[in-house]
Design a protein. Structure first.
Ligand code: DHB
Length: 307
């Protein structure tokens, strides 16, 4: 049994799509609903529909992926309208919101809350809008935004953060999260602004932003695990964490759980393999737990042994 409960919401399995992967259109969201995914996570939505950045804007390679999608999405009204039908698949619906300014977050929080998804995730970490820094790299902006959005949301509220690379940054953001009534964290968004070069053509592999884009896949797993572990410790295991980053095999999920994750999300591996990835990951994680004589994920959560 790989089911888990996060902020009082039961997930039939601990594996779900990472926002951005296979979750823009109604068809894609329904495909997730019919799959073994433990939840349906929407693409981060904006106030208005967006076509996103020019293509090519995603590239998969050995060990990972790079993308600069630029928030292509149907706009929040379309997702608000779809939420009632998506909730009928018997798994939680997580609505991800990503404003281009603070007021957009407030408008969307009100409307999406009224549509009653199971959880709302406030994405403070989109790295791909030309000229816009990630909100989550400014703790003052992050705290102001979260304190304004919190009272508008009556379902559990999560926050998606980018990776941080210094313990002082983890400490400052953990205090922000503690003060803002956050019900769960999703760690991490893509590792922002990498550059993958195609030496044959002497070019970047994606077009937007001169080739700069968010990194995902196996290569970011150590960064994801470090962030899950750092926030788990700083928040004393009191705020549940969805671990995202480098979940490609069952054992990757096990590692996230040891670091403190309650559930995990799958981005690059889902884009590369399609929804069949969920069955494989369930089988692999179940075997991993059985091999170690573990009865449940809960028994492993946060139990990384230090040397
Ligand atoms: C996009 C990428 C992100 O990492 C994110 O959090 C939101 C949107 C994008 O490029 O579409």
């Amino acid at each position: 049994d790989l089911s888990v409960t996060i902020a009082g919401v039961k997930f039939p399995t601990c594996f779900m799509n990472a926002s951005g992967a296979l979750c823009v259109t109604r068809e894609e969201l329904i495909t997730l609903g019919r799959s073994r995914a433990g939840a349906i996570v929407t693409k981060s939505m904006t106030l208005e529909p967006r076509v996103g950045n020019p293509e090519p804007r995603y590239y998969g390679f050995t060990g990972g992926s790079i993308n600069s999608m630029g928030l292509p999405n149907l706009g929040y009204r379309a997702y608000a309208e779809m939420i009632p039908e998506l909730t009928r698949f018997g798994k939680p619906v997580i609505a991800s919101i990503a404003g281009l300014c603070e007021d957009d977050f407030l408008t969307m929080a009100r409307a999406i809350n009224q549509a009653r998804p199971d959880l709302i995730e406030v994405n403070l970490s989109c790295p791909n809008i030309p000229g816009k820094p990630q909100i989550a790299y400014d703790p003052v902006d992050s705290e102001r935004l979260l304190k304004r959005v919190r009272p508008l949301i009556t379902v559990p509220m999560g926050v998606k953060l980018p990776p941080y690379f210094d313990p002082a940054h983890h400490a400052v953001m953990a205090e922000v999260i503690r003060r803002c009534g956050v019900d769960y964290l999703n760690l991490i968004n893509s590792v922002g602004n990498g550059l993958v070069v195609d030496p044959k053509h002497e070019t970047p592999v994606i077009k937007p932003k001169g080739g700069f884009g968010g990194l995902g896949g196996s290569l970011i797993k150590p960064v994801a695990l470090a962030n899950v572990r750092a926030f788990w410790k700083l928040l004393e295991g009191r705020i549940p964490i969805i671990g995202t980053g480098g979940v490609v095999q069952g054992v990757d999920a096990f590692e996230h759980v040891l670091c403190g994750a309650s559930a995990v999300q799958v981005g690059t591996a889902l884009v590369e393999e399609g929804v069949a990835v969920f069955e494989r990951l369930e089988r692999e994680l179940t075997a991993e737990l059985a091999m170690r004589g573990k009865q449940s994920l809960e028994e492993c959560r946060g139990k990384l042994k230090e040397l």
